[in-house]
Design a protein around this ligand. Structure first.
Ligand code: PDD
Length: 287
């Protein structure tokens, strides 16, 4: 059996699953999404992603298409039908289908719901994490509501493509004050030259990463001091270590920024330990 996707109440073969050409997600990027890591067939950081989804929908005044419990059943069933043990499950909710008109359709259409899942090669991801990866920096060009996880990702797409062309895995956005905001699809961290763990505060225009939040709790439990304080690309270059977090990569050590090595150019002990601790915690609490 091949891959299947959930679309508005039905499972369909992945290649045939489709939404209307007048879906507002397609026309206006008028929708939100969430991504859960699947660890051992279960959803990592489940509650945090559900909470953020509910907040994103609220911020866009999209009525939740179903209860959290029902959605959880759909996510699980999508994971099961695609036989994903290690991978990702993707959920997209848009405002729905309506004749093209910028303002909200009235009455509100039924939101469109799409869920897909795919497997990842965790051993290959572990090998990448052992080797460390590169990031580039790009100017921050996004809108002022990056706290909402909308499908409007064009600046992120362009930044990621620029990173890929440069042989890097991620692009870090740098705001007009010269401070790193976050990655195109991850949050950014350093262990600065004084040894302090730093990541940008969530008062800034960034996504409140669920992986970030869990990692902060793990760090607190381990007695590790963290400063939620921004850093510049220069500070990242002078840092001992750097890494990124997100449902896609979990925690990936960064050893190059804009072509310059971070620290000694090797994956450092802090990033290594934190990756292990995060994955242990996420596996332990996955549902
Ligand atoms: N991206 N910042 C941005 C802009 C993101 O898109 C993401 C996640 C994160 C990390 O958030 P979390 O820890 O909740 O995954 C930060 C997902 C994985 C994606 O777009 O595929």
């Amino acid at each position: 059996m091949g891959r299947v996707a959930y679309v508005n109440g039905r499972f369909a073969p992945h290649g045939e699953a489709a939404v209307s050409v007048e879906d507002r997600g397609y026309q206006f990027a008028d929708g939100v999404y969430e991504v859960w890591a699947v660890l051992g067939g279960r959803l990592a950081d489940a509650d945090g992603h559900f909470q953020r989804l509910e907040r994103s929908l609220r911020e866009l005044k999209i009525v939740p298409p179903m209860t959290r419990a029902a959605l959880e059943v759909v996510l699980r069933e999508t994971v099961r039908r695609n036989r994903v043990r290690e991978g990702l499950v993707y959920l997209q909710v848009t405002r729905g289908v309506a004749p093209r008109d910028h303002a909200f359709p009235s009455p509100a259409p039924r939101p469109s719901v799409v869920v897909t899942a795919h497997s990842v090669d965790r051993a290959a991801a572990d090998a990448r994490a052992e080797a460390g990866a590169a990031v580039i920096t790009v100017p921050e060009t996004r809108w002022a509501r990056c706290d909402i996880k909308t499908v409007a990702l064009l600046p992120n797409v362009l930044a990621k493509q620029q990173a890929r062309a440069a042989g890097a895995v991620e692009a870090w956005f740098v705001d007009e004050l010269g401070l790193v905001t976050e990655g195109a699809s991850s949050n950014a961290w350093i262990v600065d030259k004084a040894g302090a763990l730093r990541t940008r505060d969530t008062q800034a225009n960034i996504l409140r990463g669920i992986t970030r939040g869990t990692l902060l709790r793990v760090m607190a439990r381990e007695g590790l001091k963290v400063e939620e304080r921004p850093f510049t690309p220069q500070e990242a270059l002078e840092a001992r270590e750097a890494f990124i977090t997100g449902a896609g990569t979990l925690l990936l050590p960064i050893v190059r920024v804009d072509g310059h090595t971070v620290g000694n150019g090797k994956v450092g002990p802090v990033a290594k330990q934190l990756r292990r601790l995060y994955i242990e915690e996420a596996r332990r609490t996955a549902v």
